[in-house]
Ligand binder design. Sequence first.
Ligand code: S3P
Length: 425
Amino acid sequence: MKLKYTAPLRGEVEVPGDKSISHRSIMFGALAQGRTEVSHFLTGADCLSTIACFRKMGIEIKQNSSDVTVFGKGLDGLSEPAGILDAGNSGTTVRLMSGILAGQRFSSVITGDASICRRPMKRVMLPLSEMGASIVSQQGNDCAPLEIRPSQLRGIHYQSPVASAQVKSCVLLAGLYADGKTSVTEPVVSRNHSELMLRYFGADVSCEGTTAGILPRPKLTGQKVNVPGDISSAAYFIAAALLVSGSEILLKNVGINPTRDGMLRVCQAMGGDITLLNEDHSGAEPCADLLVRSSSLHGTVIEGAIIPTLIDELPVLAVLAAFADGTTIIRDAAELKVKESDRIAVMTDNLTRIGCDVQATDDGMIIRGGKPLHGAVIDSHKDHRVAMSFAVAALACAGEMEIRDSDCVTISYPWFYNDLQTLCR
Ligand code: S3P
């Protein structure tokens, strides 16, 4: 796809439902008794993979656009899948489902696409094995396909070496089937959607500092889940409106969970004009409308405990930093290397192509921003967040940007280019 937009961004958009929350609504809905009605569900490819996996285990799921009904059968209601479970491109599906599958009375195999089969699964195999699960990597490379056989699980306390909501959630979900309490401590707190939603469905979940715990065998009951807009999708429009002078946009109903809102805090620290309107803290997941106006930006340091709260936004923050005056340092973000692509290598390479002075480090990037940048041919590596980040860069670059495999945005935001165009008109 070739992109070149020039007009300021104007108007309002409601971004699609949050990806992390959409996945969990299907998984927890399937394990609950009775109906779970989900509205504003994200119909991106990743969440559709989760739906397909649960249908394969006998769960009836009705989907009408972004309205989804899950007919849950309780903790022991899943049935043995006829074939291999396919998570597609979705790390959340493989890692969270591994925890659920470890507690079942049947064997299963879960895998995904080429990218998934390169991503590290030892991080979930290790704690699950400690709980007594039988889980092996079929190729012996600590990656999917993962083969999981029935076993009785023990409650453990797991000290996770990484701040990862996927690891934490996997262990807590296995904990539903354990013989005692299960808890996870992380180096810093990662997104807490599992804790919030499991509690909402009736589980006994405790959260203290960087530790989350769960008691086994709760009675989970189907609920109504209204998924807030995905702040990780809103991030591209926030960045675009900040960058293109004369822009003013309103993003409606965006999730602002404090374990996810680091992007807002960093943009404001860079000089970004972002105002929260209509804040709603009445549900489990807080949300607000975001009013964003173009701003002149300066570099910053992004490090430490804020990293997990903006981990998926770092590619677009790197683009913002490329246009901001001065130097931006991103550190403590080695996790970027094991996302849908190696986002340190891929972002550094592509930012260099558009003329940016950027240096990869072991755990981040150093970006010397502020000089004029130009369009180039971008290799997205089929990573949705890389493609969307450079669509934003295209708005502020001289010349034309060509993004290879630009259709990978279907993973998290199938109509992204349409919404961007609407705002640019
Ligand atoms: C996710 C957690 C994060 C994030 C991913 C979604 C989740 O991954 O990058 O896009 O839904 O739990 P990690 O838990 O590996 O950091």
